[in-house]
Structures are given as structure tokens and as C-alpha cells.
Design a protein around this ligand. Sequence first.
Ligand code: SF4
Ligand code: SF4
Length: 143
Amino acid sequence: MKSIITILVFALAAMAGVFNFTWEPLDVEFSTLEIQAKGAVVKTIEAEEGIFPEGAEVIESYYVVPEGCISCQICVGQCPVDAITMDDNDLAVIDPEICINCGICASGCPTSTIELLDADDCALYGIDAEGNSVLLQEELEED
Ligand code: SF4
Ligand code: SF4
């Protein structure tokens, strides 16, 4: 039985896609860019030699909408691949590099605050010197 579950799990992982977002060249002072969805950071982009790339790949993964998380940690115990941890604010965070998109956590979350990433929810932000998020582009183009 376990081997069947393992096969299914890896089949789901193989189905996981990516979004290839692009944007116009940025002339900004920020040290970091973030792609966020509903308040969750789904991609962090550092400048290389002071220049930001004009696009980024984002894994189509489940993620936690921070506003709805009540820190119950049910999802942490349910995830079959240990992709979920609690952050410094005691909110659940999913590592998209580990998540295999099985959806178990989304089904078990008592506040339904775990969602599959949708390109329409993604926006580009810059992080200012005080650590605040500044909206740079609300709608991102896909390659
Ligand atoms: S199950 Fe939902 S509410 Fe509980 S820690 Fe996970 S994301 Fe937060
Ligand atoms: S969908 Fe949720 S339970 Fe499944 S692997 Fe991803 S984080 Fe873990």
C-alpha cells in the first residue's frame, strides 16, 4: 500500500508546473524583489551586481495565505514530505522546492488558508530600507 502511495505522490510531483514571469527593466533602489501572492512571499529575487533580472520562474505550489493562519500546526504534522515549517511569526510556510502538490494540507487546514498558487494572484514588490514591501507591478506577464 505504501509503495502505491509513493508512486502516486511522485506522479503528482511530476505534474507540478512553473510560471515564467517577465517584467520591464527596473530602475529601483531596492536590494531585494519579492513575488507575493495574497501576502505570502512565493519568490525572493536578489540583485546580481546591482542589477535585477527581468523575469523569474515561480513554482506552481501550494502556499499559506498568512492572514488566515492560526498557528495550529496541523499541516506541519500532515505533510508527507516535511515541506511545512513555522516561521518567526509562528505562521506556517511551505517550501515550494519540497512540496509535491498532494493537497493534503489544504484539505486539513481548519481555516482553509492553504491554496494552490494562481498566476493571477502574483504581484512584484520591492523591499525598502526599512523592510517594507512596496508594490511595483500588480499584474505579471507570463512568458
Ligand atoms: S493548518 Fe492552516 S491554520 Fe493551521 S498552521 Fe497550517 S496553515 Fe496555519
Ligand atoms: S501540498 Fe501540502 S501536504 Fe502536500 S506536499 Fe505540499 S505542503 Fe506538503
